[in-house]
Design a protein around this ligand. Structure first.
Ligand code: ATP
Ligand code: MG
Length: 421
């Protein structure tokens, strides 16, 4: 027997009963982006592996162990994109989008990371991202946070999400802090777990991010980055906080929020929820002024965020949603009626472009056709039998209530449907 065909572990079909929620989320996001003057960019799913090594950083979890990399037929190493920022910067550099320009961009699509699949964590997942280039002030950071907040409000989930903020200062301030942190952890090396000992050499800030309960006291007592910051960095961070306060967005400062990627500086933030178990971060972002220069461009300030769509969908599924079902399902008996039904369906679709008009296809008794009408959720069945066709009329059966069946002249049908939609 041949092996049953299956999707790859951690990569999921989004089935038709789920797509309405996805489409709703995508539509709300597109509206927000349009309101704030953001333009959509679409990048390839595959890039040269080198792009991610040079941007995300060789010693991050993503590059070290999560990338889907493979050799192209000509021997080039390619990778499925694990995130959108690197691709977006590559595209901007390649097409001169950063040269003396301000850009407000957004994108959406699948990302790939070889992680252990579990609820809210998959190997193919989707992100919606925002990236802004050419603006160095805290206003633009406030703007993208307000955009995400506006989206949560539109989706009715603002009350379930908490905003956490931190600042990483400039690259220099962070480097100085790294030395202090390494000194501190070296004094307590026996209390570190294996991962943290390794990170001490590669990415010491990530130790602060450790979830190991045995290390929490040590991490709590670690020196704080805020104390290594210069006056400008402190002011920048305070400005952001004042803009958010003015806008009525509440937040929590979390000095342990460091983010996994190398390219962040100054502001970093996360929106988290307690309703999804361990995978509680639904949106994360920050400033990355060093990245464009790191990838060979001219120094350009940049800020962005990325939302995990699956995690947002899991949150949305905890609420009630009404689906937009078709208004009418057309049933018929006989060859003549079938021909007429096809034409009627097209006429109704022309005249009622906002409504779903489903045409029965195939044979079947009226009874079995009504069953199908019920299954697609239609409110009405429009019946064309021999008699109706003869008299240019349509019978209407109410599928969602006990109203009596009606017989209407065809030219009154559109108004009737408008009144019953
Ligand atoms: P985490 O700490 O949960 O691994 P991350 O810091 O690796 O997240 P980012 O690279 O900042 O995540 O990606 C932004 C958002 O994308 C996350 O906040 C999350 O909502 C979502 N995300 C990241 N990885 C996955 C995944 N494997 N499956 C589903 N969603 C994900
Ligand atoms: Mg991760």
């Amino acid at each position: 027997m041949s092996k049953k065909l299956q999707a790859i572990r951690g990569m999921h079909d989004i089935l038709p009963d789920k797509t309405p929620l996805w489409q709703m989320l995508e539509k709300q996001m597109a509206e927000v982006c349009q309101q704030y003057g953001y333009a959509e960019i679409r990048m390839p799913l595959v890039e040269s592996t080198d792009l991610f090594c040079r941007s995300i950083g060789e010693v991050t979890d993503i590059v070290e162990k999560e990338m889907y990399s493979f050799d192209d037929r000509n021997g080039d190493s390619l990778s499925l994109r694990p995130e959108g920022t690197a691709s977006c910067v590559r595209a901007g550099l390649e097409h001169g989008l950063f040269y003396n320009q301000i850009q407000r961009l957004w994108y959406q699509g699948p990302m790939f990371r070889h992680e252990r699949p579990q609820k809210g964590r998959y190997r193919q997942f989707h992100q919606i991202g925002i990236e802004c280039f050419g603006m160095s002030g805290a206003e633009i950071e406030a703007e993208i946070i307000l955009m995400s907040y506006r989206l949560w409000q539109k989706l009715g989930i603002a009350g379930e999400l908490t905003l956490e903020l931190n600042t990483l200062g400039t690259l220099e301030e962070r480097a100085a802090y790294k030395d202090i942190l390494v000194g501190y952890f070296k004094q307590h090396i026996d209390a570190l777990d294996e991962d943290s000992v390794r990170r001490l050499k590669t990415n010491p800030l990530r130790i602060l991010d450790s979830k190991n309960p045995h290390m929490q006291a040590l991490i709590e007592a670690a020196p704080q980055l805020l104390n290594s910051l210069g006056a400008e960095s402190v002011e920048h961070f305070e400005q952001l906080q004042s803009y958010l306060n003015d806008a009525g967005v509440s937040f929590k400062c979390n000095p342990r929020l460091v983010r996994g990627l190398d390219y962040y500086s100054h502001t970093v933030f996360e929106w988290t929820t307690t309703s999804l178990g361990a995978q509680g971060t639904v949106c994360a972002g920050g400033r990355y002024d060093g990245l464009i220069d790191q990838l060979g461009g001219k120094q350009t300030p940049a800020v962005g965020l990325a939302m995990g769509v699956e995690r947002l969908i899991l949150l949305l599924e905890q609420h009630e949603w009404s689906v937009h079902s078709p208004l009418a399902y057309i049933v018929y008996q006989g060859d003549k009626a079938r021909k007429e039904a096809i034409q009627l369906a097209e006429r109704l679709r022309n005249q009622l472009p906002g409504e779903g008009i489903v045409l029965h296809c195939g044979a079947g008794s009226l009874k079995s056709q009504f069953k199908k009408a019920d299954k697609v959720g239609a409110s009405l069945a429009l019946i064309l039998g021999e008699e109706e066709v003869e008299e240019n009329k349509v019978s209407i059966k109410f599928l969602r209530n006990r109203q009596e069946q009606q017989l209407l002249p065809e030219d009154e049908l559109v108004v009737f449907l408008q009144n019953n939609s």
